[in-house]
Design a protein around this ligand. Structure first.
Ligand SMILES: [Fe+2]
Ligand SMILES: [Fe+2]
Length: 337
């Protein structure tokens, strides 16, 4: 593959910074002029010592160097730069009669050679090849980022779908997600886990789509049988999401958000360590938000009642660390009930 052939690759080269060392002023000015039109930044040096100092001050993405230069030759500079940053590609410009230098160059780990007089296209090609790994890494990162973004958008769309159908819990999932994220941050969870919790929280009640709407909106207290029907939503949520391969355990978070540490929850009656840490956090956020908010069948119980419930269930039904973190979050005002 010729890396310099496609427009995209040229765009990539345009993001790179170059350090170019050459003692011959005429050659240096001409090539630097050419390079400046193709790269983000081109730093020039008139000898190896200058080049090394420039690299130390501001490491370049690519180093291009002549060999024979006063004060410090190109290979000595290359060696020092490789010791500082082994993965920075170094391209050496050589003349045929500099063949003795090749052994040294190989030892140093010089990446590519371009013959004198320099054919600029050949040089660009060498830079393209020298930076291929970095180019592929950036492409992979970009693809991953896109994938994560589309997953997040898909989850947000699912969240909107459930909230459009059931206006009484409108905003509930969003608020549970926000509170759960604050709890997770307080507990010092990783960025990756926090993202998972944010997304899991956003759709934790997605299974309510399978519950008759009258039950979700009825303005009276539910019978035990009706309440059993509502309970289906936890398992149903897991079924809806089960086959999607998210980089986070979203389906388990959703299925487990009504489990309780003492096994009194549903759908599986899981206990303690069998419950996912993320689900333990979402459950605390869910209980807190649900109790303090208005429901069709009852008025809001208020923040005090929610906090009372958390304290009473701490370490029994709800994870003690998650409860403590939730209380700290509320105390600090990072989330308002
Ligand atoms: Fe729920
Ligand atoms: Fe909920």
């Amino acid at each position: 593959m010729n890396l310099t052939s496609s427009k995209h690759d040229m765009d990539f080269l345009r993001t790179l910074t170059v350090l170019y060392a050459e003692d011959d002023e005429e050659v240096r000015e001409a090539l630097a002029h050419y390079l400046r039109r193709r790269f983000a930044k081109v730093e020039v040096a008139t000898n190896g010592r200058e080049g090394l100092a420039a690299f130390k001050a501001q490491p370049a993405d690519v180093v291009i160097t002549d060999i024979k230069m006063p004060e410090m030759d190109g290979l000595e500079m290359a060696k020092a730069i490789k010791a500082l940053a082994a993965d920075v590609p170094v391209i050496v410009i050589t003349a045929y009669n500099e063949i003795d230098y090749f052994v040294r160059a190989i030892e140093i780990g010089v990446d590519r050679y371009v013959k004198k007089p320099v054919n600029p296209e050949e040089l660009i090609d060498a830079i393209g090849k020298g930076t291929q790994t970095r180019f592929q890494e950036r492409e992979l990162e970009r693809a991953n980022r896109q994938l994560l973004e589309s997953m997040q958008h898909t989850i947000a769309a699912l969240a909107r779908a459930i909230e459009m159908r059931d206006p009484y819990t409108d905003g509930h999932q969003k608020r549970v997600s926000q509170l759960a994220v604050e709890i997770a941050k307080d507990l010092g969870l990783s960025e990756q886990q926090i993202t998972g919790i944010r997304l899991g929280g956003l759709i934790h009640d997605i299974g309510k789509i399978s519950v008759p709407l009258e039950l979700l909106t009825t303005p009276r207290k539910l019978t035990a049988t009706e309440f059993d029907l509502i309970k289906i939503h936890a398992r149903a949520g897991g079924d809806i999401l089960g086959d999607i391969q998210f980089p986070w355990p979203i389906a388990q978070m959703v299925v487990q958000h009504h489990e309780r540490l003492d096994g009194s929850g549903y759908p599986a009656g899981l206990k303690g360590e069998d419950i996912l840490p993320e689900a333990k956090i979402i459950m605390v956020a869910d209980v807190t938000e649900a109790m303090s908010a208005h429901r069709p069948y009852r008025a809001a119980l208020g923040p005090d009642k929610a906090i009372q419930e958390l304290r009473a269930g701490r370490g029994i039904m709800y994870d003690a660390d998650a409860v403590d973190a939730c209380l700290r979050v509320l105390e600090r005002g990072d989330f308002t009930l």
